[in-house]
Structure formats: C-alpha cells, structure tokens
Design a protein around this ligand. Structure first.
Ligand code: FES
Length: 147
C-alpha cells in the first residue's frame, strides 16, 4: 500500500517548500502533516517523505523515532501526554500522571514525554496534541470527561 498526501496537505507542502532553502528542511513539517493526516506515521508515509525530502528512509525513520511527539503506530485510544521534565516535575507532573493512570487509563493512553517547550505553563499535558497548561487533576477530569 502506498501513501500520498491529500490535496490540502500537498498544497501546504508546496507552500512550505518555497520557504526553505532545500528539501531536507521540510522533514519535520512533512512528518507532522503525515501524522495529522493518518493519525500516525506509517512506513509508507516515511517512504513518501524520503522521496520528497530526498533523504534516505533510515534518516526519516531515525528522526521520527527520536521525537516522542511522532507516533509510528496507530493508537486505539486517544492519547494524553504528560511532560516529565524538570519544570513540570517540580510543578507536580508526577501527581498528574498518577491521577491520570488511576482515573482515565481505561479510555485514554497516558504517555510520559520530555519537555514540550511550554515550561511556563508547567505542569503541561496534551490531549491529542493540544496543549493544556497549568493542569490540575480537577481540570483534567473536566476536560477528559467532556471529550
Ligand atoms: S518541562 Fe514540561 S514543558 Fe518544559
């Protein structure tokens, strides 16, 4: 089975390609768009990204597996990410993770990740990639039970 970007994403890629000095610089946006389109990054998508960016498949794979925000398998549950890096840990991320595991792991996959670059909003979580800052257990209950 092959992968192709849909029309909307193809237009975005065309637009982005004009902004970068060479095709290799498109790698991260291409991975994002592939994940957004399919919910994860398949081998077929990485093959297509390899063709577009003119880089070897293994380079695409190494980048996709380095960053925790890229998913290489389709998830059966929706994903809540909890940052475990210093600012978030000092702000209570361990208690947030414990609360999530005890109360929401039946309907959500709880994943620990490294700094998401929003330390000012610590403790940080994401729900399907959307940032939730200064989270509290009560706030998570409201958000997750409403979704
Ligand atoms: S340490 Fe959690 S977002 Fe930076």
């Amino acid at each position: 089975m092959s992968f192709s970007f849909n029309d909307e994403n193809s237009l975005k890629i065309e637009h982005l390609a004009k902004r970068y000095p060479h095709k290799k610089a498109l790698l991260l946006p291409l991975l994002w768009l592939a994940q957004k389109q399919e919910g994860f990054i398949s081998d077929e998508a990485m093959t297509r990204i390899s063709e577009i960016s003119q880089m070897p498949f293994m380079h695409i794979y190494s980048v996709a597996t380095f960053y925790t925000m890229f998913k290489l398998q389709k998830k059966s549950k929706r994903v809540v990410e909890v940052c475990r890096t210093l600012s978030c840990e000092l702000s209570g991320s361990e208690a947030i993770k414990k609360h999530l595991l005890e109360n929401h792991s039946d309907t959500y996959e709880i994943v620990e990740v490294e700094c998401m670059g929003a330390c000012g909003g610590a403790p940080m979580c994401t729900l399907e990639g959307k940032y939730i800052e200064n989270v509290t257990p009560q706030m998570l209950d409201e958000v997750l039970n409403a979704n």
